[in-house]
Write a protein that binds this ligand. Sequence first.
Ligand code: COA
Length: 673
Amino acid sequence: MLSDRATTPRNPLLIRPTRPLPRKVGIVGAGTIGPDIGYYLKSALPDLELVLVDVNQAALDDAVSRFSAYAAKGVKRRKMTEEAAAKVVQGIVATLDYADLAGCDWVIEAATEDLPLKRRIFAQIAEVVGEDTVITSNTSSLPASRVFDELPNPGRATVTHFFAPAWRNPAVEVIAWEHGSQDVLDWLRWTFCKTGKVPMVTDDVLCFMLDRVFDNWCNEAALCLDAATTLEVDSVAHDYVHAGPFFVLNLANGNPIIWHTNTLQMEEGEHYRPAGLFRSVDTWVTGKPGSRVEMTEGVAAHVRTRLLGSLFSQSCDILDRDIALPADLELGCTVALGFKQGPLGLMAELGQSEFDLITRGFDEQRPGGPTPRRTVAEYTDFARHVLVDDLDGVRVLTIRRPQALGALDDRVTAELLAAIEQAEGDPSVEGFVIIGYGDKAFSAGADIGRFPECLGDTELSAQYARDCSGLLRHLDGMTKPVVAALNGMALGGGLELALRCHGIVATERAFLQFPEITLGIAPGIGGMVVPYRRWPAAAGVFHDMLRTARKLKAVEAASLGVLDGLADSYESLVELAVGRVRELAGHVAGITEGPVDVGELPPVEPYAGKQLISREVIDIIGAAIRDAAAATDFEEALEIGYRAFAASACTPAAREGVTAFLTHRRPDFSKTG
Ligand code: COA
């Protein structure tokens, strides 16, 4: 079944769905996750008619008041306008009557993990909805082939498994199963991506992909209690997850669930037998997430082998059985399960010999489970953040790093470069489009998490900027066209990437911005150089963008000639970008080599909107703009930019701005200069 992955686009927004976005959705089950799914859908599609069905009026009343409370919180946190909040709570029918589901395009079942109950629910749903209504179950463990075996027209049904909190957690598993229709699977992936989720196609096995990892991680934690305490186990786990297994089990009231799901997995072997404690313990003794307790080295090593052994055993099994793609496993473990990095990244970091020690040690203590069949190098040879698709001879590279709005770390740029290099010499590839994932961001810039290690060190910072420029320098020398398709915000380093592409197109809602000054740093990888050499007539606008973080809306960028075209949707953006690649084929122009006139740099007030910014860094940027414009060749101009970035990284303002971002507070530049 999963071989269909080869014929369907990796980027769900390249799918041409056979149905429109849903207009009326039903959710059966008003417990916790059902209303959370409903809230996510209403926030993304405010005009949606939503029908919530339950057998319990009190649960329905609670669900409706939860919608209002979430919306009020959204407004308070400035994530939502008052107008949007008002719409989110409109158009909701909370009902005891299944007949209200009539006319739904899609019904999602979110009841308890009880197969006979689910079958009864589906029979009731099928009686009132059309033959074509998409029906999905949020089961975390039961294969679609069991849940839907009695459903009329089962092709329109599958499992869509959400993760808590479903209104915010972007991960959702979409199950590819024997009788499921490819059209429905594609429509679900497209709809999820359009509404801000990250769908991951998973095979129809017990517990799918992520619960196999999570359930066995928790089960192993409980099985370790013969040699360690819950606090010790959570403490060891904190090296790998934001919250230890016992803390999460308490939070999710997970003991009965693990009992149930691991009992199910015992169909695959005795190895999966759940710890008896899941039946006798209500609540575990835990500390705060991240907290550490003292323990002997022996205990720590034992727990580590068992936890990582289980993690690697399950992860390798998922890949060996082709249950899901490695990039989805990696992303799902971080965004849905709270791992600090995915299991494959962890494997690569530990290396083959440490991996062997752990997996062999685990197999000795817990024989009978899946064991790795390949080397670490083989398991970890895949692109984590770049999805590669082909559209009639144009290679579309999608940056998928939703947890950081497409921010560019070394791995993302290395993967983009590798994907380009791999196809550049292929005559059947006319050129490339680089685009972001979903509707929000092309890229929110360079990964700010990397900045602290550069702060205060001029040479290191300048070298960091040079090292970050590998992809951009490659683009400068290319003859095959690369077009940036700005599907949303293009910020900082993300904008610097777009500006180096040979053409740029954008959706009307996109915007371009250099927010670096609000972090107390200068845009170091061409931002102070390239715009002036490509669009000198717009120099005045770039002065403001670079020194005061002025946003440039796509419409204005198009009128200045920075953009080659505007589109009204992601879909038409892709078409426009592909068309632009074709136009540019054979006509890729290099960036001006000689000096350019950037006109006057008028003095500016040290404010980005209402935010006070650093005068010192404004001056560093101003000087770099002037010096780079006067440089005799492009390379020298770029070097001026790298060094200006380094100078800014050594200011007190940089330390304040970067620390403020990383600790989620507003920067205060009043004392930094
Ligand atoms: N580097 C690293 N992480 C980034 C990032 C970047 N450039 N931009 C966003 N992220 C992360 C956020 O830290 C957040 O992670 P968290 O959920 O673990 O806290 C996640 O992406 C979502 O961002 P968030 O800030 O919650 O979304 P928002 O919609 O409220 O705000 C922005 C979006 C773009 C305005 C905000 O993220 C931002 O200011 N980012 C920095 C942009 C920047 O200065 N770029 C230039 C760097 S060269």
